[in-house]
Design a protein around this ligand. Structure first.
Ligand code: SAM
Ligand code: SF4
Length: 471
């Protein structure tokens, strides 16, 4: 039995508060030669050390920043090629016992309507999502006794068993409160993808101020939440910080220390890193007035530094950000985005989109899935709904595409093309289909003759009605 001694509220954790402040001080005005060495180290696919990340964060010279952006872009292409994975968030319920000062769902907010989807409503939501072409979801829950591990598992099972025509959800990721090891086991048993927990802020004093009540007020319980997930056998875990609560440079350092901790303890770093910026939520003054606002330029910088610091990790950019900024930031290292998202509870099937009274905050990219896919295709990117690795049991070792030479060409690109082809056949508008076919043909030309032949065979199968073709 795992002993919870690591989650005492007053314990010393793996996020060394003073050391981070010291590093951010001692690496000020870094030598450009050193910065170039750090970029080169990262391009060789090495995870950076805290001192190196601190140095990148401390660059002042804008020309040197351009080199950092270029490095991040090159690394992204090297590891992920031009694929981008698409998903949608599905909010299951906004009941919450915590009082996070920035969140519309906080218990003291009387200005929102509380709602938990019934199983029937959940099915309607999933049907609406599948009908648009989605294959990957992240299900989101407030923290409340109603949302027990059993309830979470039951809702995920409902998602997986809802089929419409050719469509179904093939991977469900989870963003929910930290669980006990036993709780995670129950959730894992229904077959989940990534379990995400954002630490929000790695700065303990700020954390304490912003989380005054409820289980989330315990910094260490949350910080070690993904350790318990790993102990329960969930080896795809996602970390994140909510940018705007404290100094963005400190948060990037916190994410790096969290990464190093997971690597050291479990031999596997985070499957994904998220970097949401604080957005206005209904009746939540702090959310419209971030204590440490992060500008668009700073967002680009932090994305590039995270990309270079943890070359193997997936990076998630959400529709919290506006479309034009998303297009720019994607180039710097993002591997997953959501599209066609609604975060009002029940709003995929009811079409009341952004209904503020029930949603947690405002989304700034309201484009439909088809529009997002079309835009990505126009930019020469390959939208992917691939879930092959997770379904073939290739989890944890998410370094596959990163560490195994030729993996991307043999698996990722073909599977991305298969899932794109399925989307074009079943859900795309005419214009998107036309552009999509063109991109598929261009991508085929880049493959070796042997792989191209196999992919072409797979595409023929899909066009004649077969589904879920994958390597
Ligand atoms: N209740 C669970 C928790 O707190 O971990 C999971 C759901 S919570 C709604 C998911 C994430 O939303 C939080 O971890 C937080 O980072 C983010 N969030 C909360 N308020 C936000 C706001 N005003 N703007 C942007 N993101 C916000
Ligand atoms: Fe509840 Fe999560 Fe919102 Fe905090 S962030 S109030 S725990 S839903």
């Amino acid at each position: 039995m795992y002993v919870f001694v690591k989650e005492r509220e007053d314990q010393k954790t793996f996020v060394p508060q003073d050391r981070i402040a010291e590093l951010l001080e001692s690496t000020r005005d870094p030598d450009p030669l050193w910065i170039r060495e750090i970029i080169a180290k990262s391009l060789d696919k090495n995870r950076l050390e805290p001192e190196e990340t601190a140095a990148l964060l401390n660059v002042e010279d804008e020309e040197l920043w351009q080199e950092i952006f270029e490095g991040a872009g090159t690394l992204k292409k090297r590891v992920y090629g031009n694929r981008i994975v698409l998903f949608a968030p599905l909010y299951i319920g906004n009941m919450c016992v915590n009082d996070c000062s920035y969140c519309g769902f906080r218990t003291s907010n009387k200005g929102i309507t509380r709602k938990t989807l019934t199983m029937e409503e959940l099915e309607n939501e999933v049907r609406a999502l599948v009908t648009k072409g989605h294959k990957r979801l992240i299900v989101v829950y407030g923290e409340h006794p109603m949302y027990s591990p059993e309830f979470i598992a039951k809702t995920i099972e409902k998602v997986y068993t809802t089929k419409v025509g050719n469509g179904e959800i093939r991977r469900v990721n989870v963003n929910a409160a930290p669980q006990t090891v036993e709780g995670y086991r129950i959730i894992k048993s229904v077959g989940i993808g990534t379990f995400q927990i954002f630490q929000e802020t790695y700065h303990t004093e700020t954390y304490r101020k912003l989380h005054p009540r409820g289980p989330k007020s315990n910094f260490a319980w949350r910080l070690y939440g993904l350790d318990r997930a790993m102990l329960a056998g969930i080896d795809d875990v996602g970390i994140g910080a909510l940018f705007g609560l404290y100094d963005w440079k400190f948060e990037v350092m916190g994410l790096l220390y969290h990464t190093i901790h997971l690597e050291e303890r479990f031999g596997v770093g985070p499957h994904t890193i998220s970097f949401p910026r604080l957005k206005p939520a209904v009746n939540t003054p702090l959310s419209s007035n971030p204590p440490y606002p992060v500008s668009d330029e700073e967002l680009k910088k932090l994305v590039a530094v995270i990309r270079l610091s943890v070359p193997y990790t997936g990076m998630i950019l959400t529709a919290r950000e506006p479309a034009d900024l998303r297009d720019e930031v994607i180039k710097l290292g993002v591997s997953q985005i959501d599209a066609g998202s609604c975060i009002g509870i029940g709003s995929y099937s009811k079409r009341d989109g952004m209904l503020m009274q029930k949603s947690q905050f405002m989304l700034e990219d309201p484009r439909s899935l088809d529009e997002v896919i079309r835009e990505l295709l126009k930019r020469g990117m390959v939208p992917s709904f691939c879930t092959a690795c997770y379904r073939a049991g290739r989890t944890g070792e998410h370094f596959m595409e990163f560490a195994i030479p030729g993996f991307v060409k043999r698996f990722c690109t073909p599977n991305a093309l298969f899932t794109l082809c399925e989307y074009l056949q079943d859900y795309a508008s005419e214009e998107t289909r036309r552009i999509g076919e063109k991109v598929i043909n261009e991508e085929l030309q880049k493959l070796s003759p042997a792989i191209r032949k196999k992919v072409e065979e797979g595409l023929v199968k899909i066009k004649s009605g077969e589904r879920d073709v994958r390597f």
